[in-house]
Write a protein that binds this ligand. Structure first.
Ligand SMILES: [Zn+2]
Length: 634
């Protein structure tokens, strides 16, 4: 060993070998540790023609720095930016791409909503950046038509390449291994890449084998269910917060607190209205709702934080969008304002007017002295079928649609077994009492057939009808204005599995009612605003255990009617408030349908009840015929 080494020591090394070794060492030597923002401060030049033109300085747009540095943080795999349009999102993406070309050469994929947008981005943003920045220009051969190392959609450099693609083209998303995946405007991505599945999943698949992979998603949002909002919620949820020049508390910029007259924002804490200039000059920092989600950083920014946007312009934009909405009932511009200027998700109920509130309903709820308060002449029940339970409500009725909430409950169980159905049947047979002991049973009930257990519901309805009960299977038609609550009857087939379990065989049939639920909602919403007892008034109990709590009222007010332009026609459309459950409203609607189907002769019912006759029990014994044209009287 020793001899060999001595021999080598004496050898002369040829100049070209030495040169090769030197350049190899240089290439292999770890580069100085640098973040994207450091790199950008050293090399980045922004193209002319915009207010951001010239040498990049991360200090001039402080919110960009943290986002850029999160991208190269080794602890971070995913970075999501949900923002308004004018905050310099593209600059962040370009700086990142440049960093992974020059400083830490890696394989990259940039996905835009379509292939043509990808081409456009490459020509107008990527190519000029490479041309204008010497350290990038040195790494990428000039574009020539014959040179496959540098085309519009593919650019190669020592240590990697960047592929530019479109979310509408599965072919452009597949094939090559990629470490860094950039996805811009993900809310504009199609649901499927040319029939091959979710483009985001396809793109991310390229990187699964890299331990140090990066997924960067950026977009202005659309709705709450849009991709960027969902990704944002999965991450750290960082808001760009500003310190109040008055009380020192940090808070995100919020358009809701903007004072249009003095062009300032009211502090969330001390309520001082402070002008734009002083807010923008104040201290800022990112504040995370979930700092523990370290490998998935998500950021939200709105245009109010942008150094290039004046608040007066934002106010003008809002006011003209609002004018358009008021004049033409067109929410399109308002939604665009919320999405692209505020960088917030659009909720359809945003423009609906509040008619009554859950607080008001809670406040006016009454104490019932008995299960049934005086005045009630009829009891109906409605059943909403969920996957693991029934939601049931019993309602009391008198003339002119005066109504009483009697009991709202849930019956839990496996809907594929008969036990829970028996429990439901038993519950619907409950006898309810007035204060003096007079009794009343549920006269009829409706059950929703629209869920996951339709066939099972059909079967049960048929069985209930055979037992002589007034059972109505119902299905709601929503979004079809103009049709009445009791729209039409429809015959449905009851099926059973064949012996080998492979086929469904029709074994029976029954009739269900199709309900125009919008018509019912219209009535209920109006009745809820009535403050004087009597016609249309909705009574609710505040007794504990009857099921009328805040959640119930939230559900009852979960939908709102807005005027909306649909294909150039203004229509009344019911929209669900975000995050709310609407079962209480559905149950009210189904109960109303039952009441209408029964067509009660109120004076007869009043007479019977005053005499203490439980006419609902009498019905079962006396009346055998299945159809009645007279309405419910005995
Ligand atoms: Zn303050």
């Amino acid at each position: 060993m020793k001899k060999v080494r001595n021999k080598k020591k004496n050898e002369k090394v040829a100049y070209h070998t030495l040169h090769f070794i030197c350049s190899l060492t240089r290439a292999l030597r770890p580069k100085e540790k640098m973040s994207v923002s450091d790199w950008a401060d050293k090399h980045m030049v922004l193209p002319g023609g915009s207010n951001k033109a010239g040498k990049f300085r991360s200090d001039s747009v402080p919110y960009q720095k943290e986002i850029m540095n999160a991208i190269t943080d080794s602890a971070v795999t995913e970075v999501t930016v949900m923002s308004s349009a004018q905050i310099g999102k593209t600059t962040i993406v370009l700086c990142g791409i440049a960093y992974y070309i020059e400083h830490e050469p890696s394989t990259q994929l940039l996905v835009l909503p379509t292939l043509s947008l990808g081409e456009k981005f490459s020509k107008t943003r990527l190519a000029p950046m490479i041309r204008d920045i010497p350290v990038l220009r040195d790494k990428i051969a000039p574009a020539k038509s014959k040179d496959s190392d540098n085309t519009i959609l593919f650019k190669q450099y020592a240590g990697g390449y960047i592929v530019v693609s479109g979310a509408n083209s599965a072919a452009s998303l597949s094939s090559m291994p990629i470490r860094v995946v950039w996805m811009d405007e993900v809310d504009r991505f199609p649901a499927s890449a040319g029939g091959e599945g979710d483009p985001v999943t396809l793109a991310q698949k390229r990187a699964t084998t890299f331990w140090n992979k990066k997924y960067i998603k950026t977009s202005t949002p659309t709705t709450e269910n849009g991709r960027i909002n969902k990704e944002y919620l999965k991450g750290t949820q960082e808001e760009w917060c500003v310190q109040c020049p008055c009380c020192g508390m940090y808070q995100p910029y919020s358009f809701k607190r903007v004072d249009f007259n003095i062009v300032g924002m009211k502090c969330e804490y001390c309520e001082e209205v402070i002008e734009e200039k002083y807010w923008k000059e104040s201290e800022h920092m990112w504040i995370a709702a979930h700092p523990e989600r370290k490998n998935k950083r998500s950021f939200h920014l709105n245009a109010m934080a942008s150094p290039w946007v004046a608040w007066s312009d934002i106010i003008d934009e809002f006011q003209s969008a609002m004018d358009e909405f008021k004049t033409y009932h067109d929410t399109e511009r308002l939604q665009a304002f919320v999405n692209t200027t505020l960088g917030e998700t659009w909720k359809e109920d945003e423009v609906a007017e509040e008619s009554t509130t859950e607080d008001k309903l809670l406040e006016r709820a009454e104490h019932y002295k008995a299960e049934i308060p005086e005045g009630v002449l009829l009891l109906t029940a409605a059943v909403d079928v969920q996957n693991n339970r029934f939601e049931v409500e019993v309602k009391g009725w008198a003339r002119d649609y005066e109504s009483w909430g009697i009991h709202k409950t849930e019956i839990y169980g496996n809907l594929e077994t008969s036990q829970v159905w028996n429990e439901l049947e038993e519950y619907l047979e409950t006898t309810f009492c007035f204060e003096d002991g007079r009794e009343l049973n549920i006269a009829a009930f409706a059950i929703d057939t629209g869920g996951n257990h339709t066939n099972r519901v059909y079967k049960w309805i048929k069985a209930m009808k055979k037992k002589g009960k007034k059972a109505y299977g119902i299905k709601g038609y929503a979004g079809k204005p103009g049709i009445p609550l009791l729209y039409k009857r429809s015959k449905v087939e009851i099926k059973e599995k064949s012996r080998d379990g492979k086929r469904d065989i029709v074994v029976d049939s029954t009739t269900i009612w199709i309900l125009g639920v919008d018509a019912g909602k219209e009535n209920i919403t109006n009745w809820l605003t009535i403050e004087e007892k009597g016609e249309g008034y909705c009574h609710f109990p505040n007794n504990v255990g009857k099921g009328y709590d805040r959640e119930y009222y939230k559900g009852l007010l979960s939908e709102k009617k807005i005027k909306k332009k649909v294909r150039d026609v203004i229509k009344d459309v019911w929209v669900k408030k975000s995050g709310a459950r609407n079962e209480p409203l559905d149950l009210f609607n189904y109960n109303l349908a039952v009441c209408e189907l029964l067509r009660p002769v109120w004076s007869d019912l009043e007479l019977k009840i005053s005499k203490g006759i439980n006419y609902t029990k009498a019905v079962k014994k006396v009346r055998k015929q299945r159809k009645s044209t007279k309405g419910l009287s005995i």
